[in-house]
Design a protein around this ligand. Structure first.
Ligand code: XIL
Length: 357
């Protein structure tokens, strides 16, 4: 396409409420030439998911954008607040709780008939700064207060909670050296699950982590942790495998499938909880890298579907326009739709896997 026209089409795609339209019926009018179908034109993912849930992380501040909101409602059956339900966001000042943004997401979900995955009651990465200064007894009390108040508030609205997030260490065996471990000892994990169950007996309770998706030390430590919780009668229902993958160094899919199977064999549900696939470090032409990304999405979703207890797949966003990856790892295109909300090979990889192809 001649360059000036390409720029015009891209501009129209970006400014049209439904992205780049096909069939001449888009908001951009007849000038818009279809390049790739938009998020509103391709088949809804959730329609092909059968009994499994397909979800996305969403941001409350973006739900006022009609194109963003319509895309979420079209494709996903459940949503995870990307940060709005984290403790540090809710109670930045001790005793002053702000549930506004979290409520926005819960209410959006209710309006559109979506389920909510609460995320995350206990996470070292977003804990209020004031928690650091507490004595062990005060810390225990504050954590209990937070779990009871937050899980209690969303009782009946949140279908599943990530109760504890990322408690397993990265470099060394065992648990992460977090503020929770230092103040409360190893029992904080079991206690958090017990409190969450009491606060909301109907929510499914998950342990969630990254870096243990395939084989290896962290995967084994995660397995040992949840097996121990299960053995001790702690009310845990499942495990979330975050699945933030780098296409250039991802675990073999066979290892992911085997890990899902062994976790399920403990009687736990498994979900893929935060999937995105970075491609910036792959070599080759853009189309080659996007195709490889599509294959990875396909194969991981297919691996989940082979295990009946792998009940849900959540992507950490849906459009490359809004992804945490750019700020955390550098510029990338990790999601299913591009910045103009057009379907990438990654979208088709997921769709085909859901359709059993
Ligand atoms: C990230 C969010 O995407 C960011 O917006 C936020 O600032 C920091 O947290 N693992 C998790 C998620 O469990 O909560 C993280 O989300 C990404 C890594």
């Amino acid at each position: 396409m001649e360059f000036g026209r390409l720029v015009l089409v891209l501009f129209l795609c970006l400014s049209a409420s439904q992205g780049c339209g096909g069939g001449g019926a888009s908001a951009a009018g007849p000038t818009a030439v279809p390049l790739m179908p938009s998020v509103m034109e391709v088949d809804p993912l959730k329609a092909s998911a059968g009994s499994r849930l397909v979800g996305a992380a969403v941001q409350a501040s973006l739900l006022g954008d009609t194109a963003y909101a319509a895309a979420v409602a079209r494709h996903f059956a459940w949503v995870t607040p990307e940060y709005e339900m984290k403790w540090g966001q809710i109670e930045r000042t001790r005793g002053v709780r702000n549930y506004g943004p979290a409520d926005t997401i819960a209410s959006f979900a209710r309006t559109h008939g979506l389920q909510v995955r609460g995320h995350a009651l206990v996470w070292h990465g977003d804990t209020p700064a004031w928690f650091e200064a507490l004595s062990p007894a005060e810390a225990s009390h504050a954590l209990e207060d937070h779990i009871r108040t937050t899980a209690g508030r969303y009782r009946g609205q949140v279908n599943a909670w990530d109760v504890v997030n990322e408690a397993v260490a990265d470099g060394a065996p065992g648990l992460r050296d977090s503020v929770y471990l230092r103040k409360l000892g190893t029992s904080y994990i079991a206690e958090a699950f017990r409190m969450a169950r009491e606060a909301d007996p109907s929510a499914l309770l998950f342990y969630n982590d990254y870096g243990g998706e395939g084989a290896g030390r962290k995967s084994d430590d995660t397995y040992a942790l949840v097996a121990g919780l299960k053995r001790d009668g702690v009310p845990i229902d499942g495990v979330g495998l975050q699945m933030h993958l780098d296409a250039s160094s991802r675990p073999p899919v066979a290892d992911i499938a085997a890990n899902i199977r062994r976790l399920a064999a403990l009687g736990l549900m498994v979900n893929i909880s935060e999937m995105d696939v970075r491609i910036a470090r792959l070599s080759g032409a853009s189309s080659t890298r996007l195709d490889e990304q599509g294959r990875i999405y396909h194969d991981v979703v297919a691996a989940c579907l082979t295990e009946p207890r792998c009940h849900a797949i959540t992507f950490w966003g849906f459009t490359d326009r809004h992804s945490w990856i750019d700020s955390a790892f550098g510029p990338d295109d990790p999601l299913l739709f591009d910045e103009a909300y057009r379907a990438k090979p990654a979208f088709y990889g997921v769709l085909e896997a859901l359709r059993g192809r």
